[in-house]
Ligand binder design. Sequence first.
Ligand SMILES: [Fe+2]
Length: 215
Amino acid sequence: MLDRREFFKSLAMGASAVVLLPQLVACGSKAVNADPTAGADPLAIPTRPPADWDPIAFNKARGNAGAIPESYLPSINGPDGDTQHLGKHLPYIVPVEAGQMPQGMLAIMWGDPAKGYAKHPNAPKSEENPTGHWYNSIKIRKAVDGDAEEQESAYADWPGTGEQFVVFGGGDLSEDSGKNTIYIVGLPSDVSPGDTVRIHAHCLTHGEYVDFIQV
Ligand SMILES: [Fe+2]
């Protein structure tokens, strides 16, 4: 395993994307959905993926129940809502060479083109969108019942002042509407390669999304 500095140095030499470094804001153990009546809450999220897990259907229902801003509901419920709006907000792991990631970190992007989803753009705060458009919070938890550590990575700004980012290959963070931004997220210490984790993330403009992926 490389340490974090060596990792970003190695990326700076070869790749053509941008890495956004998180601030790890929370690292503790807490029960999630320990309340047996939690199933009645339309905003509740499962600790493990059900056998029939369908992230598009789940996030559509939860979004309409309040997890997604009202202004975006016509888009997610529209004819291209699954691929252009819901799928666009689902995480996928970016292939990084084995041994290139620092221990305890994971590289993810949003909207997997391999599944036909639109790539999620990123944008700074502006007059048109004073809140900005990026993921400001990504929480990761091992997908198990009972108590588990949940690690939250927070992103205060995009593109930020420079210290949060590594631009590699001379690439520009804002190119292609920021769609090449890779988020490096912290993994809870109880997660091992091969485990399934729950990703519960918040897009500043479009609300909360939940999915499970194998790391
Ligand atoms: Fe978004």
